[in-house]
Design a protein around this ligand. Sequence first.
Ligand SMILES: [Zn+2]
Length: 376
Amino acid sequence: MSAEKSKNILERLGNGEVIIGDGSYVNTLEKRGYVLAGCYTPEASVENPHAVEELAIEYARAGADITQTFTFYSRDVGTPKDVKLTCLEINKASCEIAKKVSNKWGTIVAGGIIQTAAFKQTRDKNDVQAELREGLEVLIQNDIDLIIVEYFRNIVEMEWAIELALSYGKPVAATMCIGPKGDASGVSPAECAVRMAKAGAPIIGINCLFDPFIALETISKMKAGLDGAGLSPYLMCQPLGYRTPDGGSYGWIYLPEFPHAMEPRQVTRYECARFAREAYNLGVRIIGGCCGIESYHIRAMAEELAPERNCLPTASRKSDLDLSTLKEKEDKGRPEFKGKGCKDYWMNLVPCTGRPLSAPMFRQADPETVNPSVLN
Ligand SMILES: [Zn+2]
């Protein structure tokens, strides 16, 4: 626990700290029976607050420095038909849960706003900012510590969102849900990064849609653009927890397994450890996850960066961090544990799917991240 730490993320980054974000909420709570896939709305904060709180605690125990409010749409649309709650009622409850966890665990409370319906409908700056302002209202009333402007697909809308978010005088992190080919209009990751930085966001990066290693490729393109422009905002990366080399322009959304059969593509804890190390080496200083990244993945990231962070997660008590439990079995000569007491074994393992008929990739009509020729 880090109760004495500052809740100002910029102050901590300025002191050289590496910040660990939290992971998946809506996707994880769907699997646990509290969210309806397809709607993906956060009414669980009112209907089953204990489930949301427990998940937030899991991330804090896993080493997360941030607790995101389980808030989503800024308008009263999209909830399942039998839900009569208003968006405000849901989001209020979500803020209260995040605050409660933050008070106990010392985490930074972050509230997010995402791409708007208004941008698709009118492409009008005033309309977009009005919709975003509605979403921000409850977050500001609850005095959150960090605004995350996330899951934006178009740099123009992102610039408008950053401008608005900065007007509240709170730290702002801006992350787009784009792959290496850039935003929905084909603006490159490098240009998106430069424009986000020039719009004034002190923290920029990407979240969701693509797997950790594709996300790193996108971030490296962003960094090259920033370096070229002489800009150096803090970098943030919160990727998807599923491997998506064959995803479309909307990443995992354009896969046949989305949303009900993604499990075989789940990243392992060791892939997350490798991701965290490579992200750190690239200069990323806020490292976390989005859909599909579970608390044990966050723990693996925090453990990998323990030397840089000078601390271990509470949940490391149960992670067999030095693999001594497995090593002991190996030392007793048990062949099924041969090599498994060594981190290299796990870092180099390529997991099987267990499905003799499964293919490594989907024959995607418009693959975003692999050369189409490999799917022919
Ligand atoms: Zn996500």
